[in-house]
Design a protein around this ligand. Structure first.
Ligand code: PMP
Length: 358
């Protein structure tokens, strides 16, 4: 058959979403399965969000505000930055994709840690850019020294996922300062802070506060996690005005929907509730980590809303064993298993499954 799509995409692994809960419940013949596979927060939409969505749906025959003015103003006020530096998009993963489009030509290099967020290789390949994966340290965190050394004349982007998905590890201020000082001025450093709201270590810097003024730093944030809007797809990027402007040029027009904009505005009004929910997740994260370490001593400390079990070759079997007990986790074959922190009851069900299989 005549080839109609790019040959190089054949070798590219597809993004694997967490398994569908209803499917698993049906297969096991149980009322409900538990999904701890996609780093969502388990408490339902924030107060005010369903009403705001319903009101926005009444306008759904109209295009959204392409400038996303009201939301960008609100984010600007919340984070103390000017609105011209903010770009919103259909999830922060879409913004990462636009960022690659705005910076890389085919053959340019993108340096990132591995293992890290599985979308990075996909969006790099999509733009014809070359992924330069720098192996994590023995402690499952970024090796920033090696990442700086991996930068060449072809490097356009360096991505630091902080905290890192899927290992939950984080880089601290002193090492990130050093890295940013080492990176050439013409390489854009992306701080992917999808899990920032779950950070409790004061030494893990808030990219917006600490590095917001650096010309070659861009920060990615999402409303999918702590803010509970995963299903509505909204994230934002903060960079210097010229960088933000270039990214805006390659955005898919109208990609922040009318519903996503309304929901994000309502979510930002519910910040006290977000903080309350994050506190539960954080305390559960510490409880789950401690319990897991009795079974698997080298579970790394997590600054996110998930934990990493470095099970190596046992990862797939562990994932299957949890599923048999009605708990969906996220195995990365040959490497480890990522488990999202759920409600206390969900976490207990997971820990029982872990105990039975480890
Ligand atoms: N960055 C990281 C590190 C993530 O883990 C995720 C979600 N899994 C995202 C970005 C994307 O989030 P979203 O597109 O939902 O905003």
């Amino acid at each position: 058959m005549t080839r109609l799509t790019r040959a190089d995409l054949e070798a590219l692994p597809a993004y694997v979403p967490g398994r569908n809960v209803a499917d698993l419940a049906r297969e096991l013949g149980i009322a409900e399965a538990i999904k701890l596979a996609s780093n969502e927060v388990p408490f339902g939409p924030l107060p005010g969000v369903p009403e705001a969505v319903a009101a926005a749906v009444a306008q759904s025959h109209r295009y959204p505000d392409m400038g996303v003015v009201e939301l960008r103003d609100k984010l600007a006020a919340r984070y103390g930055i000017s609105p011209e530096r903010i770009v919103t998009g259909c999830g922060s993963v879409a913004l990462a994709e636009h960022l690659v489009k705005a910076t890389c030509l085919p053959g340019d290099e993108i340096v990132y840690a591995w293992r890290s967020f599985e979308a990075y290789p996909i969006i790099s390949a999509g733009a014809g850019a070359t992924s330069v994966r720098v192996p994590n340290t023995a402690g499952h965190g970024h090796d920033l020294t090696a990442m700086a050394e991996a930068i060449t004349d072809r490097t356009r982007l360096a991505i630091v996922c902080n905290p890192n998905n899927p290992t939950g590890t984080s880089v601290r201020r002193a090492e990130l300062d050093r890295f940013l000082d080492d990176v050439p001025d013409d390489v854009l450093v992306v701080l992917d802070e999808a899990y920032r709201e779950f950070v409790t270590d004061d030494e893990v810097p808030d990219g917006l506060v600490t590095y917001g003024d650096r010309p070659n730093v861009v920060v990615l944030r999402t409303l999918s996690k702590a803010w509970g809007l995963a299903g509505l797809r909204i994230g934002f990027l903060v960079g210097q005005p010229e960088v933000a402007g270039a990214i805006r040029k390659v955005l898919t027009p109208f990609s922040t929907s009318i519903v996503a904009q309304a929901a994000a505005l309502a979510a930002l009004d519910a910040e006290d509730e977000v903080k309350r929910r994050c506190a539960i997740v954080i305390s559960e994260r510490e409880r789950v980590t401690e319990a897991l370490r009795k079974l698997l001593p080298d579970v790394p400390s997590s600054q996110s809303n998930f934990v990493w079990l470095p099970l190596g070759d046992r990862a797939a079997a562990f994932g299957a064993a949890c599923e048999k007990r009605g708990v969906i986790v996220r195995p990365f074959q040959g490497d480890g298993v990522r488990v999202t922190i759920g409600t206390p009851e969900e976490n207990d069900a997971f820990l029982a499954a872990a105990e039975a299989s480890l």
